[in-house]
Design a protein around this ligand. Structure first.
Ligand code: ATP
Ligand code: MG
Length: 429
């Protein structure tokens, strides 16, 4: 993509309303735009990151055996009356009336709907276990939307729902998602801390939140230093070992009963990027989901639900990975792999060198953002650092004469003068 044609409305000034670094950087880098309180448009640069995050999540959900569906954003109030949550959910639920006077709502979550799908579609124990997920927009009328897309009203969530015949199976499904979550966040360059959590409005017996440590995190978490000392094999994380390490969210942390010695107890701020719940037959029983067992007995399936804040993740990643000049995207979620910078667009040799590199990168399957604008080098470097692409490939008249390009790694800032071939080799790995 040529930067001269790319819709990238960057801001020079720091927007005054943005209180945390991810919000400031997302606005400055032209990733998002607020439409009304807690409701955002995603501009091209931001949407590319969001899509990459979605792809990693989808990949790991599929690998874990969950199957993708797509449920609507608008739901019938009657479904929620069946579970009793229509009245319980309160003001966070956006309630709508259609032209026939029927009560609808913009879904804040989908337990009721997915339970009704299973109720209508399965009859026998042979059809279980099953885990269905979707990636869909949610609406929660938060009292205080803030921090940009971190806590907004309309947001994208991945929510999965597991159905099992018995408790043992349900615990297996839970642990399976637990492991998938660790892998998912690790692939985004994040170390997520799983902490015991309050099941909240979803209700239930067992629940973990996954937190990214950051000073700006909204939650206070307490955990055993053993977690930091543990080496995790992300391909095959030891779920039982992790669940046995003490880690709890503020509301569940009781200093009196905490088993960890004071000098081993760590306190940190965390951004909740995922939340998993086991809640037994809460919805299946209330909504009459039953299957026939092997001996003709009636079985009420055990359920769990598993959420990831898809649209919160770009902000969480920025909170965990930035410097004073801007964002530092991990390779796996970066909007483009490389920024190709032409320092002198009035120089024909520079232009033809850059055009050639751009073609070769594309042929190698590497997406580059090509800064072909007529701007000062300083402004180009500042923009590249701000938007945080993992690599910068810089072409100027001196290098062209010497047969070299400059390759800079955004993360550490290291620069190397390389022949074009070695630079391309480095980028293609
Ligand atoms: P929180 O405690 O942050 O309000 P929650 O417990 O209400 O979240 P869940 O029902 O567990 O949220 O939703 C699953 C995930 O969706 C959360 O872990 C979070 O990452 C994300 N999420 C929830 N509410 C919002 C929001 N208002 N804006 C952006 N993401 C959100
Ligand atoms: Mg939660």
């Amino acid at each position: 993509m040529r930067l001269s044609r790319f819709f990238l409305p960057t801001l020079k000034e720091t927007p005054a309303e943005a209180k945390i670094v991810s919000h400031r950087l997302m606005l400055r880098a032209g990733m998002i735009r607020q439409e009304s309180a807690g409701i955002y448009s995603w501009l091209p640069l931001g949407l590319r990151v969001l899509k990459n995050i979605e792809t990693i999540i989808r990949d790991e959900q599929d690998a874990a055996g969950a199957q993708e569906i797509l449920m609507p954003t608008i739901q019938s109030a009657d479904l929620w009356r069946e579970s009793g949550r229509y009245d319980d959910y309160g003001k966070e639920m956006l309630r709508i009336e259609d032209r026939h006077g029927r009560d609808l709502l913009y879904g804040p979550t989908n337990e009721e709907m997915v339970t009704s799908i299973l109720r209508d579609c399965i009859k026998s124990y042979k059809q279980l276990p099953v885990n269905l997920y979707h990636i869909q927009w949610k609406f929660r009328d938060e009292v205080r939307p803030r921090f940009g897309i971190m806590r907004c009203r309309e947001f994208l969530m991945k929510d999965a729902y597991s159905f099992d015949l018995d408790l043992e199976g349900a615990k297996r499904s839970y642990d399976n998602m637990f492991a998938a979550y660790l892998r998912t966040f690790a692939r985004m360059g994040l170390k997520a801390v799983p902490v015991r959590a309050d099941p909240g409005a979803i209700g239930g017996d067992m629940s973990h939140e996954f937190h990214i440590l950051a000073e700006t995190g909204e939650s206070a978490i307490f955990y055993d230093a053993a977690y930091d000392e543990m080496t995790l094999d992300m391909d095959n994380p030891d779920v039982a070992a992790l669940q046995s390490i003490y880690a709890a969210e503020e509301e569940l942390h009781d200093p009196e009963k905490c088993p960890v010695a004071d000098d081993r107890l760590k306190q940190a701020r965390g951004i909740e990027v995922g939340h998993i719940f086991f809640f037994g037959t809460k919805y299946s029983a209330a909504m009459g989901l039953v299957v026939d067992g092997p001996g003709g007995e009636r079985i009420t399936p055990e359920m769990g639900s598993y959420g990831i804040g898809v649209s919160r993740l770009p902000a969480a990643i920025i909170e965990a990975s930035h410097d004073e000049n801007g964002i530092i995207w991990p390779d796996s979620v970066a909007p483009f792999a490389v920024g190709l910078v032409n320092l002198k667009v009035s120089d024909e040799a520079c232009v033809s060198q850059c055009d050639d590199i751009y073609d070769r990168l594309r042929d190698a399957g590497i997406e580059a953002l090509y800064d072909d604008r007529d701007e000062r080098p300083g402004a180009k470097f500042a923009d590249m650092d701000l938007i945080g692409l993992p690599w910068q490939l810089v072409v100027g008249p001196r290098g062209v004469a010497a047969g070299t390009v400059e390759l800079k790694r955004r993360a550490g800032g290291e620069k190397e003068e390389l022949s074009l071939d070695s630079a391309l080799e480095k980028l293609t790995g």
